[in-house]
Ligand binder design. Structure first.
Ligand code: GLN
Length: 200
């Protein structure tokens, strides 16, 4: 990607530092976003994993929700991982009292793997990233339970449950690419950023 594009990582709670490190390893200019005005100079944003209720509340009190909804609906590239996927989804089971961005045509279920399976790692086929399977780290992860036509499913569990998807300028994964040394998801997002903003 060309070096002039800048990608922010929402740094309210969760593993934003790991996303910044992954982006920088790819040579991208990456910065922590703590206030809505930090969004002004950016070409794309990653919303990290963490606790969606906590990130959602902080987004509300810092005044991010409306701005991010508008940007997401207007072609600005956003990548949500785990809690970030929950916050981008139009529908969420089991998250009450928190305003979310709600811009992507998917419905998700939080903590969908049950208490017994707190976290696990598996290799998933992600054809958009090439033939080599991707190491997917799931931590109290959500799943996608429904997707509008027009949402492209990028990866699914062996039982067919979708866990990564793309809709225009929006990219989501239920797992954590920032916790592995495989940078292909971040490179894929940087490619979206270098081609954006998308016209809707
Ligand atoms: N369980 C968390 C939530 O519901 C997500 C976990 C994660 O981001 N690793 O927000």
């Amino acid at each position: 990607m060309d070096g002039e594009k800048k990608v922010g990582v929402l740094a309210l709670q969760g593993d934003f530092a790991e996303h910044i490190a992954s982006l920088r390893r790819l040579g991208a200019e990456a910065l922590a976003v703590r206030l809505p005005r930090d969004l002004e100079s950016l070409d794309g944003l990653i919303i990290p994993g963490g606790e969606s209720s906590a990130i959602g509340r902080l987004m509300g009190s810092y005044g991010f929700v409306e701005t991010l909804r508008e940007l997401s609906q207007n072609g600005f590239p956003v990548f949500g991982t785990c809690a970030g996927m929950i916050l981008l989804a139009e529908g969420v089971f089991d998250l009450s009292g928190v305003a979310t961005i709600g811009a992507m045509g998917i419905k998700v279920r939080r903590n969908a793997f049950g208490r017994q399976v707190d976290s696990y790692e598996t290799f998933l086929s992600v054809p958009a990233l090439g033939e080599v399977p991707f190491p997917a780290v799931f931590i109290r992860a959500p799943i996608i339970v429904d997707a509008e036509p027009g949402v492209e499913i990028l990866a699914s569990l062996p039982d067919g449950t979708p866990v990564s998807a793309k809709q225009g300028n929006l990219l989501v994964s239920a797992f954590h690419p920032e916790l592995t040394s495989d940078l292909r998801f971040h490179a894929y997002f940087l490619d979206m950023v270098s081609r954006g903003p998308f016209s809707q």
